[in-house]
Design a protein around this ligand. Structure first.
Ligand code: TPP
Ligand code: MG
Length: 739
């Protein structure tokens, strides 16, 4: 607790659930509201899928979703509840904390959020349990023979309920019970304090137990628990029921006293200013009970599994020979077709095949993947109770209880949520799954961008493919497609690949290796075009291997590893123009000299390479400025043609003054530029700590400027070293790009 939100030192307790910073603890980063409820539905559905396919016994597993009543306004929160009911996900329980408030004010001041949500869920086929009133209302309700109390309860709007809790017992007596002489009489013998203490269901332990018990044992339907609570409960006048409750950061001495009394915490007045921790003695009944419960629940903390117990052998290259060979004279196939062939071969692998999860959003025919329907079936928990219209055809639309394909319908967020469930299955289910979510590229990343972030945070491992991504294929849709690609680029997690047909194989193999030997957080690539071109035979390529990746552990060190040419960032050759005759004119990738051979570097990766290099060397004053490898820079400025689909905008970025490439851009033509360390994922801490961590405090700015001057010969390098020593900067500090 003492390290709460102080993550820079490495021992922080993070308030936001990022597995990145607490890999053995957090599993589901549901911070972006709405994604939690949505992803949970697909997690629950994926558990049923695993069970139906005999991959794991998940019959006793439950998915619990805790969300806010304000959060239910996110379209994603309610967007998939129909699917949960349709597929009878009785392993799924939503608990909606209805405190009637969100961040700025009431959720439904003029209405009743609990009634509204009840309608939504019941209408969609859910089991709804409302936990509204605490036990001390029961005697009052028992005496309410003619319904006067119930009428007031029903008529009172949420905005007023909120105000009652922000005020005192006398206020409640006057403005609530006082509306009818019969109800006023009911509470005549109760003190103001008793009236004020009439609890809401969510703060009544026995009622909570009863509601959760019922929810847990319900079968045949998903359950939602609508729990009425008070926002800021226990904070007293500091926040209880106040519109400012969410932002309250400090409690006054009186508030702390109130809190202590409210929860019966035995701390003396004199000790309160130091805010001591309180732990009951080991032999007290409450401690015994707590230990007992923890033991029954399997331990003291939730535990995230970082690695599955199982391992797979990656199929040998020869297995994929049909995809590696050149297409026969006159025969044209698209990259997407090549992918389908690749997938078909992979599916035949005895061990790995069943773990492949093709995820489609009503575009299988667009990509030529409809053969999978018959071959491995579409998962449907009800099987297929109708006779499909194309039954007499070889590739008919086959739905099956144990089907392997996840057909989500026109539903990109659902497709991505399924992908996340499968791509994190190595951790949540101890089963490695290999999901391929193939989407229509122009409806790709921009539809699921936030989910992709969540996937990255969750250390998802799998493949995303943007089908029909070629400009010449999409024609008029070209602009939209490029937007999708641009959306994808700023995200730090996904690897990006734009494979030429025959390079698809090594790319996927390299990725697959990392995924299957799950050491690293590989996350997916995007590929696939519908452009018909003849394909050349596989070129001689260096093995992709894990060593070609950009996430090697030694990159986590301050100075990037790599041979004498600084090729640490080089990736497998890739590019989208695979017509050999036109390739040199059209490729969207630059050639850079890398080690012993020539490799082509995709532009997105090229940009990252520059970003990685920029700023390195500052803490090594004697080293030459290796900001951007010369070869990379040259490639970026000269060799890149502006013809490739994905090049244009990026090229402009490369030329920008603040680009990591130090190119003199149009905005500040004469300025000399030096970039501080590039940053990737954020964290919480005091500002000064964060500035140091991200190397942007005044010391780093001075050292960086001195180094720039030293590189130009204007200063002796010893000055830089002096500054580093003077400021006590740790030259071995972890690079924030990889932290
Ligand atoms: C997509 C998204 N938008 C905004 C926020 C910022 N945010 C955090 S909590 C909150 C209010 C939540 O209200 P509610 O869901 O009712 O939960 P409560 O705190 O009342 O339990 C907001 C707007 C967020 N986390 N995610
Ligand atoms: Mg709320």
């Amino acid at each position: 607790m003492l390290n709460f939100r102080q993550e820079v030192g490495g021992k922080g307790l993070s308030s936001y659930p990022h597995p990145k910073l607490m890999p053995a603890f957090w599993q589901f980063p549901t911070v972006s509201m709405g994604l939690g409820p949505l992803m949970a539905i697909y997690q629950a559905r994926f558990l049923k899928y695993l069970h139906a396919r005999g991959i794991a016994d998940t019959s006793k597993r439950k998915v619990w979703v805790f969300c806010g009543d304000g959060e239910m306004d996110e379209p994603e929160s309610l967007g998939a509840i129909g699917l949960a009911a349709r597929e009878k996900l009785d392993n799924l329980i939503f608990v909606v904390n209805c405190n009637l408030q969100r961040l700025d004010g009431p959720v439904r001041g003029n209405g009743k959020i609990i009634q509204e949500l009840e309608g939504e869920f019941r209408g969609s086929g859910w089991n709804v349990i409302k936990l509204i009133w605490g036990s001390n209302w029961d005697p009052l309700l028992a005496r309410d023979k003619d319904g006067a109390l119930r009428k007031i309860m029903m008529d009172t709007l949420d905005g007023d309920y909120q105000a009652f809790k922000a005020n005192e017992g006398a206020f409640v007596r006057k403005h609530f019970f006082g509306r009818d002489p019969r109800t006023l009489e009911m509470v005549a013998k109760m003190s103001d304090s008793d009236v004020w203490n009439l609890r809401r269901g969510g703060h009544d332990a026995q009622k909570v137990y009863a509601a959760f018990h019922r929810a847990t044992n319900h079968t045949g339907q998903p359950t939602v628990l609508l729990v009425k609570t008070v926002k800021g409960w226990g904070m007293g006048s500091a926040g209880e029921g106040k519109n400012t409750a969410h932002q309250t950061k400090k409690l006054t001495d009186d508030d702390i006293k109130f809190f202590r009394d409210r929860f019966n915490i035995p701390v003396a007045d004199s000790d309160l200013p130091s805010l001591p921790f309180y732990k009951p003695a080991d032999d007290t009944p409450e401690m015994k009970y707590l230990h007992e419960r923890r033991a029954a629940l399997g331990g003291y903390l939730p535990k995230r599994r970082a690695k599955a117990d199982e391992q797979f052998t990656v199929p040998s290259i020869e297995t994929f020979q049909p995809v590696l060979d050149a297409t026969v004279e006159g025969r044209e196939i698209s990259t997407t077709q090549a992918f389908v062939r690749f997938l078909t071969i992979l599916l035949r692998d005895k061990a790995l095949g069943p773990r492949v999860v093709p995820i489609l959003v009503d575009e299988a025919r667009t990509f030529g993947m409809e053969g999978l329907f018959r071959q491995i079936g579409i998962y449907n928990p009800a099987g297929q109770n109708y006779t499909p219209v194309d039954k007499d055809q070889v590739m008919y639309y086959r739905e099956d209880k144990a089907g392997q394909v996840l057909q989500e319908g026109i539903n990109e967020p659902g497709g991505m949520s399924s992908w996340i469930a499968a791509a994190t299955s190595y951790s949540t289910n101890n089963r490695i799954m290999v999901p391929f979510y193939v989407y229509y590229s122009m409806f790709g990343f921009q539809r699921i961008g936030d989910l992709a972030w969540a996937a990255g945070d969750m250390q998802a491992r799998g493949f995303l493919l943007g089908g029909t991504s070629g400009r010449r294929h999409l024609g008029a849709h070209h602009a939209e497609r490029r937007r999708a690609a641009a959306r994808r680029r700023p995200q730090p997690h996904p690897g990006q690949h734009d494979p030429e047909l025959h390079q698809l194989r090594p790319e996927l193999r390299a990725r697959g290796r990392r995924d299957l030997a799950p050491r690293l957080e590989a996350h997916g690539g995007e590929a696939g075009q519908r452009l018909l071109l003849p394909h050349a035979a596989q070129r001689e390529l260096p093995d992709a291997g894990p060593q070609a990746g950009d996430r090697r552990p030694d990159h986590q060190r301050h100075v990037p590893a790599g041979g004498k040419h600084g090729q640490n960032a080089a990736r497998q050759p890739a590019g989208q123009r695979h017509d050999p005759a036109r390739e040199h004119r059209r490729q969207g990738a630059a050639r850079v000299r890398v080690g012993s051979g020539r490799q082509r570097l995709e532009l997105p990766e090229l940009q990252r390479a520059g970003a990685r290099r920029a700023g390195c060397g500052t803490l090594e004053p004697a080293a030459p400025n290796r900001g951007t490898p010369r070869a990379v820079r040259r490639a970026a400025t000269r060799k890149v043609r502006r013809r490739g689909d994905r090049v244009d905008r990026l090229h402009e970025e490369l030329r920008r003054a603040d680009s990591p490439f130090h190119a003199k851009g149009p905005h500040l033509p004469r300025a000399r530029h030096r970039r501080l360390r590039p940053q990737r994922l954020g964290r919480s801490d005091f500002r000064s700590k964060l500035r140091e961590h991200f190397e942007i405090n005044r010391h780093y700015i001075v050292v960086s400027a001195l180094k720039a001057l030293a590189d130009e010969g204007a200063l002796p390098v010893t000055k830089v070293a002096e500054a580093i020593a003077k400021y006590g900067i740790d030259a071995d500090k972890i690079n924030p790009l990889y932290a």
